[in-house]
Write a new protein. Structure first.
Length: 260
């Protein structure tokens, strides 16, 4: 595992924040946008604590729902061995954790100031870090078998988001998804998110398509219609999750009753 501390070290040890802002990351969070928020030095102490916690969690990482995770991604220990992690500050909300490709390499990225905001909100940081790691490492493993689309084709990208986020969200949802009763959540959120996805898959206006690609996986948790529809479809079909993974993107969309 290769952990890059450059940005967080600059934040902790000197004041040349301009150098932080020049990092490739801030031009690659969203296509064609420069997204950066000046980190606040008053958070140095907290960032140090989170840095230690995240290092500890990375060094003895075990995914949540380890049995299912391993059945889907049997090669995860090797993938983690080769993983590139970027620990940063400077990402604006809501970019707390993500996987981005740059120069042909995939990076798992955590913004420590964003994570510190969860601590302020009272979340248990240890279990939250484990959830975030499970989520992002699910993306990393999935991208090995199903590479991120390189074309700008809207439909291919939207369908890929649904597939990719479905597995990352369900596996990191809690400690034991096999035992968890999803009935109420499914009743409340599944068809709503599916309706939005169905209409998004019919959108032909270019500008609206760009907006929908972002909304499919950002904003308020239950409003992320791409992620939530995929996640809750998997929650309804927990016993087939490995099989659904092995059959890929178009098959999932078809199983959800949508036209691939
Ligand atoms: Zn994700």
């Amino acid at each position: 595992m290769n952990i890059d501390f450059t940005l967080v070290n600059k934040f902790l040890n000197d004041h040349r924040f301009g150098e932080i802002e020049n990092h490739w990351l801030f031009n690659n969070i969203e296509n064609g946008e420069h997204l950066f928020e000046l980190p606040n030095v008053s958070q140095r102490k907290e960032v140090k604590i989170i840095l230690e916690l995240i290092q500890k969690n990375l060094s003895d990482f075990k995914p949540l729902n380890e049995n299912i995770f391993t059945a889907i991604y049997p090669e995860w220990p090797q993938i983690i061995g080769d993983m590139n992690v970027l620990l940063v500050v400077g990402c604006p909300e809501p970019y707390d954790a993500m996987v981005k490709e740059y120069g042909g390499t995939q990076y798992v990225i955590f913004d420590l100031i964003r994570l510190n905001n969860y601590v302020k909100l009272g979340y248990n940081i240890d279990s939250m870090i484990n959830q975030l790691l499970t989520h992002e490492i699910s993306h990393l493993c999935l991208h090995q078998k199903y590479p991120v689309p390189t074309s700008s084709d809207y439909f291919a990208n939207l369908k890929y988001i649904v597939f990719d986020e479905a597995f990352a969200h369900i596996l990191s949802f809690n400690e034991n998804i096999a035992k968890y009763d999803f009935t109420k959540i499914i009743e409340k959120h599944y068809s709503k998110s599916l309706v939005k996805l169905r209409s998004a898959l019919k959108e032909s206006d270019n500008e609206k398509q760009n907006e929908l690609l972002i909304k499919a996986n950002s904003g308020l948790y239950w409003d992320k219609f791409g992620s939530i529809s995929g996640k809750l479809f998997l929650a309804r079909n927990k016993e087939n999750i490995v099989n659904i993974y092995s059959k890929g993107v178009d098959n999932l969309i078809q199983l959800m009753g949508l036209t691939p």
